[in-house]
Design a binder for this molecule. Structure first.
Ligand code: KG4
Ligand code: ZN
Length: 329
């Protein structure tokens, strides 16, 4: 059984022999009115959710607690108050049930979400991991051997979506809203420059600033500019974020010779990015894998699958190990 509580989703999942039997996710709506996740409110909501969520995940899987072989949980990185709720709950269960405990790195779990379902990528593969806190290109040699070969120097891709959405007055999280409005817009309507960053690293803070200045300038002449051109603005922002991400992934594939491409993290739910990755694969004859929608945003199934591989490898965690907001890879 696995527990995820690193940010604002409380989730529990049961996995048997590498197959996900349940993946229950409780979203926290309390943050919407604040334009971002409020850490203290997130911890409190996790406290309220954790018992019923674990209970529902066991029921959905038709598995009783004594049948569980091990308990996996997200140990890092994330909001410390949120992580502590899940980790303390997992530790308490492990002690009470006398079962092994398995600490999981949240970002490695996003990558291994690609090993849920069918077909699965063979090793090695490259994974573009794009979430609200991270943007990475990971070279994955095995479930326990992966290396970050490119990452953002400032904002994450999810932040680029959320912050530009906020500038337009859209609610949090703005990523799914930009995706929705972009569907009926012209991606070439407004040109936002692509940052020139060396190697495989990314930068998104310049895009946020150029969107801000562009809209301020337009709104001076036409106060209704955003409302009138919402679809075109969203499509243009999304187009730029997607091209920044995919150009670097393409570069990584050519540089490493590894042309099996996967995607993970909340932003991989973006329809433009999913379409763009498929087109990139088709253009070059490269294999492409994208996890099902429910395994892209934060979920405990990805913690369960990572826990499963750690269980097979006999990698268990001492009960004394604590959660950590930051984590070395
Ligand atoms: O992986 P995730 O659920 O949580 C973190 O670990 O950060 O990612 C959340 C991020 C948010 O920034 C959200 O706006 C973004 O994923 N996101 C999207 C879409 N769905 C979620 N961004 C663009 N398009 C989407 N459809
Ligand atoms: Zn995440």
């Amino acid at each position: 059984m696995a527990i995820e509580s690193s940010c604002d989703e409380t989730s529990a999942s049961v996995c048997r022999d590498g197959k996900i039997l349940s993946n229950y996710i409780a979203n926290q709506t309390v943050h919407e009115q604040y334009g971002g996740v409020v850490p203290e409110l997130a911890s409190r909501a996790h406290m309220q959710n954790i018992v019923p969520v674990v209970d529902l995940a066991l029921k959905q899987a038709n598995v009783s607690l004594p049948e569980i072989d091990a308990i996996a949980y997200t140990q890092a990185p994330g909001l410390i108050g949120s992580l502590l709720v899940g980790s303390q709950f997992a530790r308490s269960l492990a002690i009470a049930m006398d079962k092994p405990l398995i600490a999981v790195h949240h970002m490695q779990a996003h990558v291994l979400a690609n090993l849920i379902g069918d077909p699965q990528p063979a090793f090695p593969f490259l994974c573009l991991t794009v979430s609200g806190g991270h943007t990475q290109i990971v070279f994955v040699k095995s479930p326990s051997d992966m290396e970050v070969i490119g990452e953002t120097l400032d904002d994450a891709a999810g932040e680029a979506f959320d912050k530009t959405a906020k500038i337009m007055g859209l609610s949090y999280p703005g990523g799914p809203l930009i995706d929705k409005y972009a569907q009926s817009g012209n991606p070439k309507a407004f040109a936002f420059a692509e940052p020139q960053i060396e190697g495989l690293d990314f930068s998104f803070s310049g895009l946020k600033t150029s969107v801000l200045y562009f809209l301020q300038k337009q709104q001076k002449e036409n106060p209704d500019f955003v409302t009138k051109h919402l679809a075109d603005i969203c499509a243009s922002i999304q187009h730029r974020i997607v091209t920044i991400l995919l150009n670097k992934l393409k570069k990584a594939a050519l540089q490493t010779g590894c042309t099996r491409l996967c995607m993970a993290g909340g932003v991989s739910a973006n329809s433009g990015l999913r379409k763009g990755l498929k087109e990139l694969g088709a253009q070059h004859g490269w294999e492409v894998f994208i996890p099902d929608f429910e395994y892209c945003t934060d979920n405990a199934a990805m913690i369960a699958i990572t826990g499963y591989y750690k269980y097979l490898a006999g990698t268990f965690t001492p009960l004394a190990e604590s959660a950590s907001a930051r984590a070395t890879w």
